[in-house]
Design a protein around this ligand. Structure first.
Ligand code: ATP
Length: 201
């Protein structure tokens, strides 16, 4: 099976994430894409993080109805800092015959060499970096080009940071994320203060 692994904070999940995953699934003919929310993203230490339960709930809403997409909770269960190489090792142990593809935004490719154990990641998975619109990713020096695939998706200028800011300032987030996620955010007042959500679950 060709299995896509897509990690992120997903605070909240939005259309940029979903379109990225669908683009890669279609272009590479992946059988499944697993969305893996981080317990603690190593690149975002210190920032306010919405409780995992709420981030997972929003992912559940967003992924519902797409038979190729699945929510994978292993980083939340593992707790601590969520290192991608550990996640790939765990998935490889569970599914040794599967071909793994690690989905990342092309912007993340630049920092890739500074991730924990990049060689292990490249041994276990093909890295798929996705350009937004006309941007073009540069494969950092020393990173075996044969282990990196670069694809493009339409530029979707949405970020989780912008969604949180809009909520705090009572601006509309309609169409930036699926309606079900929007309604969840509204009902739970998740991002009503700029610092953190009011939901503690
Ligand atoms: P934040 O604004 O809180 O930093 P984010 O919107 O960038 O969050 P993450 O969960 O940190 O979302 O992102 C996970 C992955 O999704 C990263 O590889 C990032 O490059 C990619 N990504 C995020 N937003 C988009 C987008 N609009 N289009 C394409 N890729 C995106």
């Amino acid at each position: 099976m060709k299995l896509g692994i897509y990690g992120g904070t997903f605070d909240p999940v939005h259309l940029g994430h979903l379109i990225l995953a669908e683009t890669v699934r279609e272009q590479l003919g992946l059988d499944e894409v697993w969305f893996v929310p981080a317990f603690q993203n190593p690149h975002k230490q210190g920032g306010p993080t919405t409780p995992p339960k709420a981030r997972m709930e929003m992912l559940r809403f967003a992924l519902a109805g797409n038979p190729f997409f699945r929510l994978e909770e292993m980083e939340i269960k593992r707790k601590g800092t969520s290192f991608t190489y550990e996640t790939l090792q765990e998935i490889h142990q569970e599914k040794p015959d599967d071909e793994l593809f690690l989905l990342i935004g092309a912007d993340s490719l630049t920092d890739f060499p500074s991730w924990r154990e990049p060689e292990t990641i490249l041994e276990l998975a093909q890295v798929v970096a996705v350009n937004r619109g006309r941007d073009s990713a540069v494969v950092p020096e020393g990173l075996g080009a044969e282990k990196v695939t670069i694809l493009s998706m339409p530029a979707i200028d949405v970020s989780a940071t912008d969604i949180r800011r809009r909520c705090a300032e009572r601006e509309s987030i309609r169409y930036l994320t699926p309606r079900s996620v929007e309604l969840f955010i509204e009902a739970s007042q998740l991002y009503s203060s700029p610092e953190t959500g009011t939901v503690t679950m």
